[in-house]
Design a protein. Structure first.
Ligand code: EPZ
Length: 422
């Protein structure tokens, strides 16, 4: 991204107060393409007003769907005029989730031509499992000229055995299978909260998806899906990022409108560090005064420690007492932010997919650059906890996944603003 702005943070202020978390990015970018499977208009609520959502509005409109989008209120999609089946390079590159249009268009009209997706450069991120799943339900797929071509006279239910647990693969095949003749069974499926949320959305349209949240999902195809109104779940990763920021600034923050049971892996890790975490039905309070202990973190598929929280967590660990070890088991290149943290005074050594973090007394503000969405989250946390002023270049990455994040942090006492780059 060739940013025109930089984010400025004057660190050292403890975050204090109550902040409401937004709707989930990774659930929204699955539910919005899923509206194309519907045979009537449907309305989605609680969507976060982020770049990835806006990109999908443009893509659905380019396919001919009527989209009425009121940021912060609702999105109404009427897919009945959506006759297109192509998503071009420029649109597809705007986000990773553009590839969900393959499953949605296959399900809707048996044909899709979607350029390879964009998204964070945190590894090779192949899509072989998506294609394996589409083939297992009767679709022909071909990679040609930087795009995926998929088509099927008729999708027929089948058995899909994922070789790796893949969130995107599980979602993409689930979409297509909703309109297949017969029953599709996904084995070794991903269990993330947004998989369950997508299944609930599809079922609210009359789809027959069972077992979401377990490693075996059964989908009985339906030829007709009726309209619905559905509110997506709160964002698990934004909740976690705010929890980490509260601890990192030795603050006292209540994150409201969240689902504490989605946060258990992070909560357990923060408690292990000596952070005070208490939760109620739909809120989590994080308090931290005094020193926090070093811990080891190993990213896992849900319900393990989420890879998306590895990066902000690494910022918190830079000033923990002792040596922390982070193992990133999901993506092979998700440590690009570590160099930037070292520029701020952190003591970090990276060996392959392991980071060894020796706690230091404090970080110091510095100019740093965001390389991907959650690296941006890590630099946000580091800037909030550092002494002095931090300049974050390429903050546009952060805008892809965090709705009005500066307003939220400012409401908790952060000194943060955006400035044009001369
Ligand atoms: C989704 O990415 C999320 N993105 C990621 O969040 C998240 O980090 C990831 O799931 C894991 O939870 C969205 O939901 C839009 P995967 P996805 O398929 O679907 C390998 C964020 O910051 N794999 O579960 O791309 C893959 O290389 C983003 O919000 C294959 O080998 O993740 C990786 O090593 C970043 N073949 C592992 O599986 C495939 O066909 C997990 O990938 C697919 C995946």
């Amino acid at each position: 991204m060739s940013g025109k702005e930089k984010m400025m943070i004057s660190g050292g202020m403890p975050l204090e107060g109550v902040v409401r978390v937004s709707g989930g990015k990774n659930t929204s970018v699955a539910v919005i393409p899923a509206t194309l499977l519907c045979d009537e208009p449907c309305t989605i609520e609680n969507l976060p007003d982020i770049d990835d959502v806006r990109a999908l509005v443009d893509i659905l409109r380019s396919l001919g769907a009527e989209v009425d989008y009121e940021p912060g209120a609702f999105m109404r999609v009427d897919p009945r005029t959506a006759h297109g089946c192509q998503v071009g390079y420029r649109d597809a590159q705007r986000l990773r989730a553009s590839y969900y249009l393959i499953g949605a268009l296959l399900g809707r009209q048996g044909k899709a031509e979607v350029a390879f997706p964009g998204g964070c450069k945190i590894g090779t991120r192949p899509i072989d499992q998506h294609l394996k799943g589409f083939n297992a339900i009767g679709a022909r797929t071909e990679e040609r000229g930087g795009a995926i071509f998929a088509d099927a006279e008729e999708l027929t239910g089948g058995d899909v055995f994922f070789d790796v647990v893949t969130v995107g693969g599980t979602i993409n095949v689930m979409l297509a299978a909703c309109k297949a003749q017969g029953t599709t069974v996904l084995h070794n499926a991903a269990k993330e909260p947004h998989i369950v949320d997508l299944a609930n959305f599809l079922n609210s349209m009359g789809a027959r998806v069972k077992g979401a949240g377990t490693d075996t999902i059964r989908i009985k195809g339906e030829s007709w899906l009726h309209g619905t109104t559905y509110a997506v779940i709160p964002d698990q990763i934004e909740t976690g990022t705010l929890m980490i920021a509260a601890a990192a600034t030795h603050g006292d923050v209540e994150i409201s409108g969240c689902i504490p049971t989605h946060m258990e892996a992070l909560t357990a890790k923060l408690l292990e560090m000596g952070v005070r975490v208490t939760d109620s039905d739909d809120a989590i309070r994080v308090r931290m005064n005094g020193a926090h202990r070093a811990v080891n973190v190993k990213t896992q598929v849900y319900p393990g420690f989420p890879t998306d929280l590895q990066q902000p967590m690494s910022a918190l660990l830079t000033t923990a007492h002792g040596t922390s070890i982070i193992q990133e088991t999901i993506f092979e290149s998700r440590f690009k932010h570590m160099d930037e943290l070292v520029r701020m005074g952190a003591n970090i050594r990276v060996v392959d997919r392991t980071a060894i973090i020796e706690g230091v007394p404090t970080l110091y503000g510095a100019p740093v650059t965001t390389t991907d969405l959650r690296a941006g989250a890590a630099l946000l946390v580091a800037g909030l906890m550092a002494k002095g002023e931090t300049e974050i270049y390429e903050p546009e990455y952060i805008d892809r996944g965090y709705e009005h994040i500066e307003d939220k942090l400012r409401s908790l006492g952060a000194v943060i603003r955006r400035e044009p780059i001369e």
